[in-house]
Design a protein around this ligand. Structure first.
Ligand code: NDP
Ligand code: BG6
Length: 521
């Protein structure tokens, strides 16, 4: 069970699946430094998360935020940018009395990520804040840049002494590192080695924000707190599993990051694989960080290597021009900052087999893409059909719907089950009917964003919802041959799909082999 100071030196923090954010009050005095502070993630998620934590009085009394980036941005300008980010992206409107508390403790430091002098300057800024407050504080370094600069940042945190500032409990430096963790297996291993040279493992928080989503945590509760699912949760009853993480957004302002990443690295290797691991793993011996991570890594290692080439297990594509929300949008190759000859995929679909006792023979289908018809993430468990003898039509056809249990991760968070029901009337006619549970209806809709929970967990020292080094390596082991193969192919075999459609024909072909079709979530 993870323990850490909840109010200094007192309450024990239990694992986050059982405990709400309010129990996390009392994070130690903290300075958060965000690298990549002018970026999309900082504006869209990190600043709003800090604001909402302040709104809920979950930040420590001594809390400071330093943005770090290459551009020169005066403090006052950075605060303005941060306020606009809250206005645009926060789940709650900007209240000046809350924001002013954060803004008064927010500053900026500019410099190159590979420049030692810039880190000296950052250290001086941090030391000054501690002198001002008159006590030691923990420093949480949040690396929110493209992965290509993770390494120099870590090395400079080490050589400048920032990584090992204080050793006292609650005052240590910590590092939160964004996904994708590396570019492939070799770079992930190197990154793990670089991290280990600079930080000890308890200081490291490899983030995958899907683990902070309420509905993803609910998946474990549904699986292991209800007796009805476990007996059915295996190859005897489940026919196939589909995991979809779709977005209507295009590449937006993130051309620099996305061109070096692509959908497989950006979404499949991490977010969809975490969803798969939680769906397919064995019951953990306990709900603490290691219990869950041990089971996730076991199931990731049981996945069979993917077949590549024609009729293989993977499909990739780029969006072409089309319609989003009824408006015309350009294709990926015409987007600002994108190489017109780019071989970066904006969509990927995968067919996986898990070679273990529970799942042998059950295909798992994963897909993710930009410029799909809408933003939707779901896990759909399709059950085997019942024997058809009783309800076969006169021509012998058997057309009962398969029972499907789907977890809607977002939006409209909830759970639904498709059953076959009798249409009222004198004849015996059937129709699929849906039983649903919706978070918003049952609990209200203003639940914390994933980043609120995760930033707070990192401040407090609870790593349950973060990724262990061997997990990310197991996932890269599966996908590195795919990336190598695609690199060798260049643009050959790159399919396309119209923006606003559900993806390319080659993705349909992956399922057709088993007479399956993609759901329209
Ligand atoms: P951005 O493309 O917005 O880049 C973030 C910042 O990194 C930029 O503002 C820039 O800061 C710096 N940067 C960009 N390109 C380079 C480069 N080639 N060399 C050095 N620095 C560069 O990316 P995001 O903010 O979208 O993503 C950052 C990380 O967060 C990624 O690892 C991504 O996977 C992850 N992430 C993003 C999410 C999102 O919704 N955007 C969600 C979840 C995770 P400056 O110029 O100030 O130095
Ligand atoms: C990030 C990706 O990890 O997740 C982005 O880098 C993507 O490309 C984002 O847009 C999606 O997150 P969410 O929480 O909006 O589904």
């Amino acid at each position: 069970m993870a323990t850490s100071p909840s109010s200094p030196g007192s309450e024990t923090v239990r694992h986050p699946f059982l405990q709400g954010l309010s129990k996390h009050r009392g994070a130690p005095p903290t300075i958060i430094v965000i690298f990549g502070a002018s970026g999309d993630l900082t504006a869209r998620k990190l600043i709003p998360a800090v604001y909402n934590l302040a709104y809920d009085n979950l930040l420590p009394a001594d809390f400071f935020l330093i943005g770090f980036g290459r551009k020169h941005i005066p403090d006052v300008e950075f605060r303005k940018l941060a306020a606009s980010a809250v206005k645009e992206f926060s789940r709650r409107e900007l209240k000046s009395e809350v924001w002013n508390r954060v803004a008064a403790h927010t500053s900026y430091c500019s410099g190159e990520y590979d420049d030692k002098a810039a880190f000296k300057k950052l250290k001086a800024q941090i030391d000054k804040l501690e002198q001002q407050v008159g006590r030691e504080m923990q420093t949480l370094f949040y690396i929110s840049t493209p992965p290509s600069v993770f390494k120099p940042i870590l090395q400079n945190l080490g050589s400048s002494g920032l990584a090992g500032r204080h050793t006292g409990k609650g005052h240590q430096s910590k590092v939160v590192i964004e996904k994708p963790f590396g570019q492939d297996l070799a770079t992930a291993q190197q990154l793990n080695a670089t991290l280990a040279a600079v930080f000890s493992e308890p200081q490291v928080y490899r983030i995958d924000h899907y683990l902070g989503k309420e509905t993803v945590q609910d998946l474990l509760v549904q699986r292991f707190a209800n007796a009805i699912f476990e007996p059915l949760w295996n190859r005897n009853f489940i026919d196939s599993v589909q995991i979809t993480v779709g977005e209507d957004l295009g590449v937006g302002s993130r051309a620099g990051y996305y061109e070096e990443s692509g959908c497989l690295r950006d979404m499949i290797q991490n977010h969809t694989m975490q969803l798969l691991a939680l769906t397919a793993m064995e019951p953990p011996v306990s709900l603490d960080a290691e219990g869950i991570r041990d089971e996730k890594v076991k199931v990731l290692r049981a996945i069979q290597p993917l077949t590549l080439g024609p009729a293989g297990d993977v499909a990739r594509a780029q969006y072409a021009e089309g319609l989003t929300g009824g408006k015309p949008v350009p294709g990926y190759l015409e987007e600002k900052g994108i190489n017109p000859q780019s071989a970066t995929e904006t969509y990927a679909a995968i067919r996986l087999s898990i070679n273990n006792w529970r799942w042998q023979g059950v295909p798992f289908y994963l897909r993710s893409g930009k410029r799909l018809p809408r933003r939707v993430s779901e896990i759909a468990i399709q059950f085997k059909r019942p024997p058809g003898t009783l309800f076969a039509a006169e021509d012998g056809r058997f057309d009962l719907a398969a029972n499907t249990l789907s977890f809607q991760i977002q939006p409209d968070e909830g759970l639904s089950l498709i059953l076959n029901g009798k249409i009222p009337g004198l004849e015996t006619r059937m129709q699929p009917v849906k039983m649903s549970f919706r978070y918003a209806t049952t609990f209200g809709s203003n639940t914390p964003e994933a980043y609120e929970r995760l930033v707070l967990d990192a401040m407090i020292g609870d790593s349950t919802l973060f990724i262990r080094g061997d997990e990310t390596e197991a996932s890269w082991k599966l996908y590195t041959p795919v990336l190598d193969f695609w690199r060798g192919q260049g643009r050959a075999g790159m399919d396309s799909y119209a923006a606003g459609s559900w993806g390319p024909l080659s993705a349909d072909a992956l399922l057709a082999k088993n007479s399956h079709v993609w759901r329209q979530p």
